[in-house]
Design a binder for this molecule. Structure first.
Ligand SMILES: [Zn+2]
Length: 480
């Protein structure tokens, strides 16, 4: 199915739960995972007569997000009631912001293989979350613990053009929110989720096509898959002369498809009206400047600094800052090794592979990983031994340098010693020698493996390879 006929026009609405201890209009806890309906009160359940009171910290975190994303912060904004008729928000409306959001006109720069794009952020507003519906057999239960948890909704302009860009935008946004301590962005717990608006138009056209909205995507992979599916589906419809219906769709991850949920709401359906129980939100110039000074170094700046200071590739630096804890871990170790690039490799390729589920609770400290990179970089151990030592560090702390000394794990770099072992390997594996000389270059690996086994895995692989290449070269019989 071709998707080259049309250009995709994609905008994202991202909901992020704010990292406050209490809810946005009451003092109930926002902690995740409590027994159902143990963290709610008349205010967040919308009992008649209960009066909301705005959580100052939630407003500050929202402004912080706005500043990190280059937004203008409104000195005065207001809250509005949005009609909401589902049982997971018993008061039947959601307090949000309609025409006067707290932040607007920001941007985010995303990079993909296709290049770099500046994506406009139309607005960021605060609102309350709804509760959860739990379906068991024929029954549906309501858990109101999440009612009133503070959210920001970050709305991008329809500036994204591909599934990869949408995913890159979401990753970048996540790393900024994490770096600034605005949200914990735990997608699996729903504290970061994403609605995608998508339409197609002929290349070169400036007008928008009919868009559909895919609701509540909670992983980067789902965002990419749902958009790719929707592009293919809409392309097929358009090529057959049909116009897609404006509708809200859901993504079924198991099927990898989107399905219609309901006709798309329009703003008329929301029946916004100014929230009568809350005064306007006033933010002074001083407040804004004070919050601006508390912003940490942002991911792009940090990636640039790490790349320059430690000679890392742009890719490695960007992977580090995408997860601020990863960058912190790296920086904690980087000063303790002369080989920061090896440290990055050990961190990103080895440590993460062994504890992908939760790398930050790993027992391996940044200093220990730095010591390993130092041992590798200075040639004391080869990478195979370093990896074995890392496995042992995962089981319990040990001093890598002492262990190498005590257990004789140092790399064999003595040329004569390796030469003897190489000759022995060739004698024991004449078939591999013949194969190699007949053009099967892969046979070299069998010989190298033999020497590795003979040396207890300690041979210097680079020196060993050069020795074999000499021994196996067509002229070696004459010269030796
Ligand atoms: Zn409450």
């Amino acid at each position: 199915m071709s998707n080259q006929a049309f250009e995709a026009v994609i905008g994202l609405e991202v909901h992020a739960e704010l990292l406050t201890a209490t809810k946005i209009f009451c003092s109930c806890s926002t902690a995740f995972g409590a027994e159902p309906n143990t963290q709610c009160c008349p205010i967040c359940m919308g009992y008649p007569g209960a009066m909301p009171r705005l959580n100052r910290r939630a407003v500050e975190l929202a402004i912080r997000a706005g500043l990190a994303l280059g937004c203008e912060i409104a000195e005065v904004s207001q809250t509005d009631r949005k009609q909401y008729f589902y049982p997971d928000l018993p008061k039947a409306y959601q307090i949000s912001q309609d025409e006067s959001p707290l932040c607007k006109n920001g941007f985010l720069t995303v990079s993909t293989k296709e290049g770099t794009r500046r994506v406009a952020i139309s607005r960021i507003h605060i609102e309350e979350d709804a509760g959860k519906l739990i379906h068991r057999g024929a029954h549906t239960f309501v858990d109101c613990n999440r009612c009133g948890v503070p959210l920001i909704e970050i709305v991008s302009a329809p500036d994204l053009r591909s599934p990869e860009e949408a995913s890159a935008y979401l990753r970048k946004l996540r790393s900024i929110l994490l770096t600034c301590g605005i949200s914990d962005c735990r997608m699996q717990e729903g504290s970061l989720r994403c609605d995608v608006n998508i339409s197609l138009r002929p290349f070169g056209s400036e007008t928008f096509g009919v868009r559909t909205e895919i609701k509540n995507l909670n992983s980067f992979a789902f965002v990419e898959k749902a958009i790719a599916y929707e592009i293919a589906r809409q392309t097929e419809a358009l090529l057959q002369g049909n116009v897609p219906i404006p509708e809200t769709r859901r993504f079924d991850a198991a099927a990898g498809k989107t399905y219609p949920m309901r006709a798309k709401e329009t703003s008329v359906d929301y029946r916004f009206l100014p929230e009568p129980d809350l005064p306007p939100i006033w933010v002074s110039e001083e407040d804004i400047e004070r919050l601006r000074t508390t912003l940490p170094e942002l991911p792009d700046a940090r990636a640039l600094r790490l790349a320059q200071a430690y000679g890392l590739t742009v890719y490695d630096a960007s992977v580090l800052v995408s997860e601020p804890q990863l960058a912190d871990f790296f920086e904690a170790g980087a000063g303790k090794t002369d080989y920061p690039k090896l440290l990055v490799n050990l961190l990103l390729s080895e440590l993460l592979r062994h504890c992908a589920s939760d790398p930050f609770s790993s027992p391996v400290s940044a200093s220990r990983l730095a010591e390993l990179s130092q041992l590798m970089g200075e040639g004391t151990v080869n990478s195979a031994t370093a990896k074995k030592l890392l496995l042992r560090l995962l089981d319990g702390d040990l001093d890598p340098r002492l262990t190498v000394k005590r257990e004789g794990l140092a790399q064999v770099r003595d040329r004569e010693q390796l030469l003897t072992l190489a000759e022995r390997a060739m004698e024991e594996q004449p078939r591999a020698v013949t194969d190699y000389r007949n053009g099967k270059s892969a046979a070299l690996r069998a010989l190298q493996g033999k020497v590795m086994a003979l040396s207890g895995g300690r041979a210097d692989p680079i020196l060993l390879e050069s020795i074999f290449l000499e021994l196996l070269s067509p002229h070696s019989d004459e010269t030796r």
